[in-house]
Design a protein around this ligand. Sequence first.
Ligand code: MSP
Length: 528
Amino acid sequence: MDRFYITTAIDYVNGAPHIGHAYEKILTDIIARHYSQRTNDMYFLTGTDEHGIKIQKTAAAKGISPKELCDENSQKFKDAWKALDINYNKFIRTTDDYHKKTVQKIFKKLVEQGDIYKNSYEGLYCSGCECFLNPKDLTEDGLCPDHLKKPDVVKEENYFFKLTKYKDAIIKHIKENPDFIVPAFRANEVLNQLEDIQDISVSRAKSNVKWGIDVLDDPEQSIYVWIDALSNYITAIGYDTENPSEDFKKYWPVDVHVIGKDILKFHSIYWPAFLLALDLPLPKHIFAHGWITIDETKMSKSLGNVISPTSVLESFELKEPDAFRYYMATSAPCGRDGNYSDDDFKEKVNAHLANSMGNLLNRTLSMLVKYFDGEVKEEFLISANNELVEGSQKLIKHALGTVKVVENHFNHFEIAEAAQEIMGIVDMANKFVTDNAPWTLAKEGKMTECGQVLTTVLEIMCVVTALIYPYCPNFAKEMARQLSFNLDAKLDDLTSDNIKCGKLISKEEIKPVFLRVDSELADKSAKK
Ligand code: MSP
């Protein structure tokens, strides 16, 4: 694997980021950090989607210009991602000049080659979705099923993209590449949607939608959000219709677009069609994650249950975002919906991160200090002809085997499933300590055996540190420090002898990795 290019959806800036947006960025950051342990060249793109009627209307209601609203809210997304340690390489804004220029060129090229044509049109437009709806998809009351709002009747001249021309090629691609859409169960949904696909409107009359990119040579039309928004994945890395950059040649096609299930149609039908029209290769994978609810209820402004990610950190007084990242990432199996609740958050991170993982490292190192002044002796190292404690070698081998299992989960974007495997090794190591009771061995004077038990666990904690790093980068750095373990190493370089002989740690250098979340704090209602 020589390089890995990963993107998130770009968020609308008509509001501030909430934990649904955060869920996606956390998943993407975890995948990116994991693959940076497998490749030397990682490129992670995120950003904000800033055009369209929704933003125009929100700005008007606030009495500010759309650009002012975009600047204000785009910054909120950047601040939130900083607080969550989202380690992106580039943040694109669709109001960036280079993006707008390239989108105009893409549009012009498609007009010139006959893939885009002008036609008059009457349709039902939902500004929540920023798209025209098919009347058969409305609720019984004629509302948009996602936004429960009556769509606007729009009659205008629009430019249309010949989606129907690419229908067969897309169907073939989906059928021949079963891992194009992840999870696979969503592919059928997309194939069904493809059945009655029509050509799509790709512009809006300027008289109705002012806040958009002008169509070159026809300034009475604004390029409608999806062709603008989707193109970010290539404009950000230097695509140009005539002279694409070296970065573009290196990174395209993208390895994975991480998006929510609600926008799968745009990514697995519209986007491939635009790319085919531009004669560009298709994305390797489109990973559609599920949605996050709050206390099992859909997040909505009207219910007042929208939670911002930074307020969770603040209300639990978390100095680092690691526990929140871990919780969100493990909230649902691949592609399924997840849920956030304060009680569940507390319970899970206390159990997994404080009690099982952090505490295991803490007590093992404390025993090493207590019994051996923090020194790993030659005879503690476990090898085929030096295994006094039954099962130590097997356990270390199992932990190393888990690295491959975790990698395989990541190959399928199974982030929660991979975390479960990692916690599985932690549980086995905890059981190994209980079963072999190093404190009893020490009491009985079986010091080499005692040392072997501790060294086995420390060896396993090195593997855990490397594997948990994408989820909890700060905790992993602290664990690596205490273990004198090189966290920059690639996963392939992990061996069974990460722990070396000699003084490992002193009493003063041992610190708890993660303190339990105080139950009192969870009752604060500051989050809403
Ligand atoms: N701007 C478009 C995406 C364009 S991508 C070329 C958009 N923006 S959005 O702000 O509405 O959503 C951004 C991402 O956040 C989407 O992938 C969406 O699925 C995700 N989520 C929004 N609410 C969510 C939850 N409640 N839960 C999980 N993800 C959610 O769509």
